[in-house]
Write a protein that binds this ligand. Structure first.
Ligand SMILES: [Zn+2]
Length: 128
């Protein structure tokens, strides 16, 4: 049996609130996640979605060109679209007009991406 000191040293650090690990701890403990953990978890999910290639490339291209509204896209593709337009240096007003979303929705998606540290989509994955 390990000594008490070894057990203390080998114990995993407690996941702190305001992180995705904190969110997972709340879930594992069978309790609702606090708002800070929910925000961190949403940011991680937004980051993952934005890094993936579009789920529906043709619809995505149409929305990127302003021919289709962003609401025709999946949640993941909409997040990617906003990330790509933010990377162009566009502000919320311009993105909202281009994608035919409300400024509220556009800002909400943009803020989630910023919180996740996503400022540019992964351009290498994009098919020309
Ligand atoms: Zn928490």
């Amino acid at each position: 049996m390990a000594s008490p000191i070894a057990r203390v040293v080998s114990r995993a650090p407690v996941a702190t609130c305001g992180t995705d690990a904190g969110y997972q701890r709340h879930r594992a403990d069978g309790e609702p996640a606090c708002p800070d953990c929910c925000a961190a978890h949403a940011a991680v999910n937004a980051s993952r979605r934005a890094r993936l290639a579009p789920e529906h490339p043709l619809q995505y291209r149409a929305a990127l060109d302003g021919r289709e509204p962003a609401e025709a896209l999946t949640t993941a593709d909409r997040a990617r679209l906003v990330a790509e337009l933010v990377a162009r240096g566009w502000d919320v007003q311009r993105i909202a007009a281009h994608t035919r979303q409300t400024t509220y929705t556009t800002a909400r998606i943009r803020d989630r991406l910023v919180a996740a540290g996503v400022t540019t989509p992964n351009l290498e994955e994009r098919t020309a």
